[in-house]
Design a protein around this ligand. Structure first.
Ligand code: DLL
Length: 448
């Protein structure tokens, strides 16, 4: 079974673990390494970054107080607001002349968060992304069509560095210009795709319209991330392309993509934990939670030296799994994300994550995995949710009666799964705006 999986994951070569020494290390040896890195990091931050020195002084904490990995819990958290308040360069730990590259977050509100990389950091990123793409079956024989955006966004350059480190051939397409993407996909015989999952689906739709049979192409695997996507969306991508679709995770603040990734088992994302130390905390109390308990993901960058961060609160929600994985890697895995503490919509007092809506929706026959949640506050000052859902072409030409049946079916399912009433509006295929990068799923018109 195992070898069959690998064969399927990687028709063009042999799936590999990029760095078996570090990825398959014994737990005790890894802990030793992590502790040594943590001590170095705390010393460096205390010496070089006034922000951290002040925080630690406030807690009456000195670098010499860190004796064990558990002592990380004594250290202060870093939040997105801290990064914004120190924009653009307040958290720099290295001299400015050692910075060789800069990236910024794709957020639309407030100041962006900035990651400044020294050559050492770029090397870490190359390694982390090589492990990530190798997890998805990438070998030096692959042709990687990289449709993550290039520029300040970390997706394009991150995947590019990783593929080059493996020795694969990279097509640095960046996002957009779908007709050209499809032409190159066919003409160059790309074997691996890297982009957001929503863009992968959009490309599949465009291919179908252009009469291109994606299943006949050499493309057989892809690493998708940068936005929430469900298990069912994975199935949809896998079946439309006849490929294996792997989830990859990361964030600008920590390095970009390359923080964690799925292997052929597709059973949680392996964290590159010799580089990025994960914790799960209760978002309300800050208390560290046990493995298996769901909470906010926190990362400490153990080996970076441009803009290293202590206990950065990602706002992403997941839990950690330490059971061995059959791929042979011993690194801790994180469950694919459940949502974000700040994406959580509170609708009439009920907590709702867009991912729950997507999960429910995609199981309903006749709908496309394209939707938009519009929240508003009506005259009664109560929250109202309109869920716009695209319906498959065949359905739209059917009797109005069938459409009405589908609409009320979705409303009932949402009510029973989410405990809130949602007004469903069925829309024709391709009405909801497509994104070439991260998809926008929520419009919140409430002024709160
Ligand atoms: O999205 C880095 C990245 C690029 C990851 C390419 C994977 C592939 P940011 O723009 O800073 O960085 O956004 C980071 O995106 O905190 C998550 O909320 C979300 N995110 C990233 N990967 C996933 C994923 C990049 N696989 C924020 N599933 C993170 C769900 C994801 N959400």
């Amino acid at each position: 079974m195992y070898f069959e999986d690998i064969q399927y994951a990687c028709k063009t070569g042999v799936a590999m673990i990029f760095n078996p020494e570090l990825e398959c290390m014994e737990e005790e040896a890894r802990k030793k390494l992590q502790l040594a890195s943590l001590k170095n990091l705390v010393e460096m931050l205390y010496e070089r970054v006034p922000f951290y020195r002040k925080r630690m002084d406030g807690l009456r904490l000195k670098p010499r107080d860190i004796h064990s990995l558990k002592d990380i819990e004594k250290l202060p958290f870093t939040t997105k607001d801290d990064l914004r308040e120190n924009y653009p360069r307040g958290l720099l730990a290295a001299p400015k002349d050692r910075i060789v590259e800069v990236h910024m977050s794709s957020g639309t509100t407030g100041k962006p968060v900035v990651d400044e990389y020294t050559q050492n950091d770029i090397n870490i990123w190359r390694e982390a992304m090589a492990r990530t793409l190798a997890g998805g079956g990438c070998t030096k024989d692959d042709i990687v069509q990289n449709c993550y955006g290039y520029g300040l966004f970390t997706g394009g350059p991150g995947a590019h560095y990783g593929a080059m480190t493996i020795g694969a051939e990279v097509l640095p397409m960046s996002s957009g210009n779908t007709a050209r993407q499809l032409m190159v996909l066919q003409d160059f015989g790309s074997t691996m795709l890297t982009c957001t999952p929503s863009y992968a689906l959009y490309m599949a739709e465009e291919a179908a319209d252009a009469g291109i049979d994606l299943k006949k192409l050499p493309l057989c695997k892809g690493c998708f991330g940068a936005e929430p996507w469900s298990e069912n969306m994975r199935k949809e991508i896998e079946s439309r392309y006849d490929m294996k679709a792997y989830d990859i995770y990361g964030l600008t603040e920590i390095i970009g993509p390359g923080v964690s990734f799925e292997c052929e088992a597709q059973d949680g994302l392996h964290v590159n934990e010799d580089l990025f130390y994960p914790e799960i905390i209760d978002p309300d109390t800050g208390k560290v939670l046990a493995d298996g308990e769901k909470g906010e993901l926190v990362f400490t960058t153990l080996t970076k030296d441009g803009t290293p961060l202590l206990r950065y609160r990602t706002r992403d929600i997941t839990f950690l799994v330490r059971e061995p994985c059959h791929c042979g890697r011993t690194t801790v895995r994180m469950h694919r994300l459940f949502g974000r503490t700040d994406d959580m919509l509170i609708i009439r007092g009920v907590n709702v994550f867009p991912s729950q809506i997507e999960q429910a929706l995609i199981e309903i026959e006749g709908t496309e995995p394209q939707y938009l949640i519009v929240v508003s506050r009506g005259e009664t000052h109560l929250d109202e949710v309109e869920l716009q859902v695209e319906v498959k072409k065949e359905f739209f030409s059917d009797e109005t009666r069938d459409l009405e049946g589908l609409r009320s079916k979705i409303e009932n399912i949402m009510k029973s799964k989410l405990q809130i009433s949602v007004r469903v509006k069925l829309v024709e295929p391709k009405t909801i705006e497509r994104s070439i990068g991260k998809a926008k799923r929520v419009v919140d018109n409430r002024k709160i």
